[in-house]
Write a protein that binds this ligand. Structure first.
Ligand SMILES: *[C@@H]1O[C@H](CO)[C@@H](O)[C@H](O)[C@H]1NC(C)=O
Ligand SMILES: *[C@@H]1O[C@H](CO)[C@@H](O)[C@H](O)[C@H]1NC(C)=O
Length: 288
């Protein structure tokens, strides 16, 4: 059979009609990572090109860093809450009034440490689907370090530094007054249920001419640091001090006891005298 020009034209026309009828689209979003400050509300942008309605489509938001990755699902005009990652419960929504123009952005409220990750916006129509992945970084500046004095340790003074509420994980360092790093114990890091980091580290310091020590907690990726300086009075380093203190306390206790006893005895004697006097008086009265 010979293919005529008319046949060709018909095939092309049919193809064009078919393409126009099917819902072909692209899913787009930002290519740069989104930096979110802990506690803020953020929008993860995602939209269809061309801007056709997504109201009849399935919109899936996934966090690819979780095994069961569902953050949000919109399907058959409803929100599907099954299999949602518990961290996202009550914190996610679509702009439903924007779906008709192909805006499938996700709103995420009260950003926390566990929100960092790669998010896929996956959109499926009856005969077509596409997706776009965006990166979210979470930034949280922790608390000012708290330094506590732990007392005499192995020939020096034990100090402990603690700071919490960081993201990403920060580094902790102990420094002397010249900014020189002191060798300290192993750093201890914990992650709370919202994914924020708490760090702490013990150090044993020796007496110096200034007795000033600094605990610094910093996160270079977000370019933030917090530090606390302590000044230890040199008497703290005096080894006789604890014994002397104990001796003084014992002496004081002793003195208080002695005074107390003396007072008690005095009172008892007085009372006896008084009773005796009263008795004498009664006798006297009877004798009259
Ligand atoms: C869809 O996009 C076109 C241009 O690409 C624009 O003129 C139109 O206003 C948009 N429609 C909506 C509902 O945003
Ligand atoms: C989608 O809707 C939200 C909320 O109104 C808006 O902030 C965002 O800019 C919209 N995105 C696009 C691509 O239109």
């Amino acid at each position: 059979m010979k293919v005529t020009q008319l046949d060709c034209l018909c095939v092309i026309l049919l193809h064009l009609l078919h393409t126009a009828g099917s819902e072909k689209f692209e899913v787009l979003g930002p290519t740069d990572p989104i930096v979110a400050v802990a506690g803020d509300d953020i929008i993860l942008p995602c939209y269809l090109k061309p801007n056709i309605s997504a109201e009849d489509m399935t919109v899936d938001w996934l966090n690819l860093d979780f095994k069961d990755s569902r953050v949000y699902r919109y399907q058959n005009h409803r929100i599907i809450r099954d299999y949602q990652i518990p961290y996202y419960r009550g914190r996610t929504s679509l702009f439903e009034e924007e779906l008709w123009r192909g805006n499938t952005s996700l709103k995420l409220t009260r950003v926390q440490g566990t929100d960092e990750g790669r998010y896929k916006c996956f959109i499926k129509a009856k005969s077509w689907y596409d997706d776009f992945t965006i990166q979210v970084l979470v930034k949280a500046v922790g608390s000012k370090p708290v330094v506590s004095i732990e007392g005499h340790r192995e020939g020096g003074m034990g100090l402990l530094c603690e700071s919490e509420g960081w993201h990403p994980e920060p580094e902790l360092a102990w420094l002397d007054s010249k900014g020189v790093h002191l060798s300290a114990g192993p750093p201890e890091t914990h992650r709370d249920f919202k994914g924020f980091y708490r760090v702490k580290q013990h150090v044993i310091v020796q007496e110096t001419d200034t007795n000033r020590f600094t605990c610094r907690v910093q996160q270079s990726r977000i370019n933030e640091k917090m530090e606390t300086e302590v000044h230890l009075p040199s008497e703290l380093f005096d080894y006789a001090t604890p014994l002397r203190m104990a001796f003084i306390v014992l002496c004081c206790l002793g003195a208080v006891t002695v005074i107390g006893l003396a007072l008690a005895i005095y009172c008892i004697c007085n009372q006896k005298d008084y009773l005796k006097k009263e008795k004498d008086e009664i006798m006297e009265e009877k004798g009259k």
